[in-house]
Design a protein around this ligand. Structure first.
Ligand code: HEM
Length: 236
């Protein structure tokens, strides 16, 4: 067997696909939780926000390693997520295959099918998001003297200025708020599904874990929405 067919062989195992989506999804959940908490630095002032972003960038190789890890997690999560959705669709269409739901008050029907839709929309959000901030003015390959500030004698990117500018426009601010609601829906089902794929829970725990996923998703979404809305309404 050639190495490429071996690779496509293991990637086509349904259980492995679920485990990869679960592990990467739970890892990405930890990232968004950390990212949301970091963003709250804006409530301590523009300098605090810039210093926080500068601190992360100053980690150098450690920061690049985290970014690389994130990229790998995103790519695996998206590729295996799409393959699961395509596989489920094919199984539903085939008259030989029986599409099994989780039974009872099924968690595996509407919510899991909506994962691909919310996931795709979040991917669009992420591309716009990275182009606006990470690669926006003052970012890598986009040097701009207007987005540089000096705090306590240290020169750094004025990310707080860029964030404030972006959240002056209604379509941008409310588009962000809507995207965070998509994130909430995605996380609510995703946290449960990820833990289940890893065998980390008994079926009887489903309602509890679903509630925890919902609360975590709601907390992350609320934390993310707070800063753009506060800027838009001139509170910070
Ligand atoms: C209101 C919500 C959000 C705000 C205000 C925000 C803000 C920012 C800013 C300012 C940066 C640039 C950081 C830098 O270049 O140092 C950034 C980077 C990033 N954000 Fe967000 N973010 C939000 C939500 C999200 C969400 C929901 C996701 C994931 C689904 C996300 C994923 C990322 C990623 C992957 C990066 C790049 C990290 C890196 O490589 O350094 N963000 N965000």
């Amino acid at each position: 067997m050639s190495s490429s067919s071996a690779a496509s062989g293991w990637m086509s195992s349904p259980i492995l696909k679920k485990v990869i989506t679960g592990v990467t999804g739970l890892g990405l959940t930890l990232f968004v939780l950390g990212h949301m908490i970091g963003n709250l630095a804006m409530f301590s002032g523009l300098d605090a926000y810039n210093e926080y972003a500068h601190f992360l960038a100053s980690l150098g190789p450690v920061f690049y390693a985290i970014e690389l890890g994130l990229l790998v997690f995103f790519v695996f999560h998206i590729v295996t997520g799409i393959r699961i959705a395509v596989g489920n669709r094919a199984a539903r269409k085939s008259r030989y295959a029986v599409y099994k739901t989780a039974g009872g008050p099924s968690r595996q029907t509407a919510a899991s099918r909506s994962m691909i839709i919310t996931g795709m929309l979040l991917m669009v959000f992420l591309v716009i998001h990275l182009l606006s901030f990470k690669f926006g003015p003052g970012g890598p390959g986009n040097a701009s003297a207007s987005y540089v500030t000096t705090i306590d004698g240290v020169e750094m990117r004025d990310l707080a200025k860029l964030v404030h500018e972006k959240f002056q426009t209604p379509w941008y601010t409310f588009g962000y708020a809507a995207s965070m609601l998509l994130l909430l829906i995605h996380l609510r089902h995703g946290v449960w599904s990820g833990l289940q794929s890893l065998g980390a829970m008994r079926p009887s725990w489903t309602p509890v874990v679903y509630t925890i996923g919902g609360l975590l998703g709601a907390g992350i979404a609320a934390g993310f929405i707070a800063m753009p809305l506060a800027i838009y309404f001139g509170l910070i």
